[in-house]
Ligand binder design. Structure first.
Ligand SMILES: Nc1ncnc2c1ncn2[C@@H]1O[C@H](COP(=O)(O)OP(=O)(O)OP(=O)(O)O)[C@@H](O)[C@H]1O
Ligand SMILES: O=c1[nH]c(=O)c2[nH+]cn([C@@H]3O[C@H](COP(=O)(O)O)[C@@H](O)[C@H]3O)c2[nH]1
Ligand SMILES: NC(=O)CC[C@H](N)C(=O)O
Ligand SMILES: [Mg+2]
Length: 509
């Protein structure tokens, strides 16, 4: 039995962070929307209630019957979660003019209470609330305060139920991790045995039971997720795993062969399929980014489907789905607009009629990396920057031609090589070159040129949702722009993209 902490999500932007912090303590946890809270089972050692953009005083605020949990397992309410228990217990929560956003310091801490053990006076905590707990219900004990709000934390007498107004999950709460450790390890008594090694053992065993002698097909992309998924399944069923790696003609220079070699080296049963011409044909004449994405996605599915059908008697399709793809976060503001139709490559077709196996469904990206590392996955794959499914296809603005792909591959290759040589590659979350659909005048060897402009992009980010441009050293920029213009025929100008996301996006299309 895998013990776990249950996190009930009320729509806070920080809910995933709570989960990551709990897992950093080597304790497994799952996030579920408050509206479909699971029943208490013996594996659930404790419950955390998240924050929320809503206010408990609104009629329509998210609500939940806590009786199935309270008193049976320890419960920790964070921000909205804490306010909710006060509200339901007959206390008083109100919008207040002493709103707190950002750092605050505890000027009263009862560190005799197990939740706050080792928390120091003046400890910095991160606040983000407009409502304030004005009066605690009877039987609720005040255990911490800040200068502006009296109720920064409370405990309900006679049961292991706690509320905290601050956010222990953000790193700006400098002792937040201690609070979470106190709750998860000391109060819930979780045994901290959820490690990459146990994950691998349990997953491989589970896969063997699930798959038996069946055949599985999996698309490898050269990225971390599909590679780690392949390694796990390979460990479980060996040669019954059939991998397919498609060259869509939009990969980086030399990448198809390099990655294919690497996979074969790892002992994977992998077939490389060069479908470049087919992709170029599908893209012919298309200029609009979304049209291009759709054509690439459609062609990918066609090629993959054909290849999968060549394998006799396949029952399963394996996918590198990870936890953020699975979590149904509570949408409090309604459906969001489509900025780009991402992950078009991911949704493999229902018509394939295969059962789906997803061994990474419960992991965050950094956990996938740790599992990959433990499995001995090559560092070049582990550390590789994210690369979009449609590849260079969305970095060539406008229509795609094989010649433009060749130019961009050369530029990108010099740029990425340069980043590695200068020791910058690992400092950057994602980098790439963009071929612009304009030409500019230049002079080379006394001759007038009229050639393409390329933009370089390098960003720092955690998850790609927000990003900041990376301040490349001038020395590097000088060197690399020289190399690009001198060596790549057809390019006479290099510019650097200094836009953050938002308001820009990482890719230009
Ligand atoms: N060139 C390719 N050949 C075969 N399969 C592919 C290829 N590109 C993508 N796939 C498959 O489609 C899935 C989704 O691709 P996408 O790049 O959107 O995912 P991802 O989240 O970046 O994961 P990964 O780290 O595996 O690339 C991959 O996990 C892989 O199974
Ligand atoms: O698989 C993908 N299919 C796509 O169509 C796609 N578009 C963008 N990206 C990647 O997503 C991250 C965020 O990119 P944006 O800021 O451009 O939206 C960045 O890492 C991008 O490289 C894609 N990945
Ligand atoms: N971060 C939160 O959970 C905020 C709760 C509530 N919306 C408030 O402003 O007080
Ligand atoms: Mg990928």
């Amino acid at each position: 039995m895998q013990e776990q902490i249950l996190i009930l999500d009320f729509g806070s932007q920080y809910t995933q962070l709570i989960a990551r912090r709990v897992r950093e303590l080597n304790v497994y946890c799952e996030i579920h929307p408050f509206s479909s809270a699971p029943a208490l089972t013996p594996d659930i050692k404790g419950v955390i209630l998240s924050g929320s953009p809503c206010s408990v005083s609104q009629g329509s605020a998210p609500d939940l019957d806590l009786n199935p949990y309270r008193g049976k397992v320890p419960v920790l309410g964070v921000c909205y979660g804490a306010q909710l228990m006060v509200h339901k217990g007959g206390g008083f929560v109100e919008p207040s003019n002493v709103r707190e956003y950002g750092r605050a310091h505890l000027n009263m801490v009862n560190d005799k209470i197990d939740l706050l053990k080792e928390i120091t006076l003046n400890s910095q905590v991160w606040m983000s609330h407009g409502d304030t707990i004005q009066r605690l219900p009877e039987g609720y004990e005040l255990i911490a305060s800040t200068p502006s709000v009296q109720v920064a934390a409370y405990k309900i007498s006679g049961e292991p139920t706690y509320g905290i107004q601050f956010h222990p999950e953000v790193t700006h709460s400098t002792e937040g991790k201690t609070v979470l450790r106190n709750f998860v390890v000391h109060i819930c008594e979780c045994s901290q045995d959820w490690t990459p090694t146990t994950f691998i053992e349990e997953t491989v065993e589970g896969l063997q039971q699930q798959l038996g002698n069946d055949k599985v097909v999996l698309g490898l992309s050269g990225g971390v997720d599909s590679s780690v998924a392949a390694m796990l399944i390979h460990k479980a069923i060996g040669k019954n795993l059939y991998c397919i790696f498609v060259n869509n003609g939009l990969l980086r220079k030399g990448e198809f062969q390099e990655v294919l070699d690497q996979y074969q080296h790892m002992g994977l049963n992998v077939r490389g399929v060069d479908a470049s011409e087919r992709f170029y044909a599908a893209l012919h004449g298309l200029k609009d980014p979304e049209d291009k994405r759709k054509a690439i996605g459609r062609t990918f599915i066609e090629v993959f489907d054909e290849e999968a059908h060549r394998i006799e008697g396949v029952d399963w399709l394996a996918q590198g789905t990870i936890y953020p793809d699975v979590i149904e976060s509570v949408s409090v503001t309604g459906p969001s607009v489509t900025i780009k139709s991402h992950h078009n490559v991911g949704g493999l077709p229902d018509f394939m009629k295969l059962k789906v196996v997803e061994p990474l469904r419960s992991l965050f990206k950094d956990e996938v990396r740790l599992v990959g590392k433990t499995l001995g996955l090559d560092l070049t794959i582990l550390r590789r920057h994210p690369f979009p499914g449609p590849g260079l296809g969305i970095r060539i603005l406008g229509e795609i031609t094989p010649e433009k792909v060749r130019i961009l591959q050369e530029v990108d290759d010099l740029y990425v090589r340069g980043l590695k040589e200068f020791g910058l590659y690992d400092e950057i979350w994602q980098a790439g070159a963009i071929l612009l659909p304009i030409q500019s005048v230049g002079v080379m060897g006394d001759e007038r040129t009229y050639e393409a402009v390329v933009a370089l992009r390098a960003v720092t980010s955690v998850d790609g949702m927000t990003a900041d441009w990376y301040p490349l050293p001038y020395e590097f920029m000088r060197e690399i722009s020289n190399q690009i213009i001198n060596r790549v025929k057809g390019v006479n100008r290099v510019v650097y993209d200094i836009s953050s996301k938002p308001p820009a996006t990482i890719e230009w299309e």
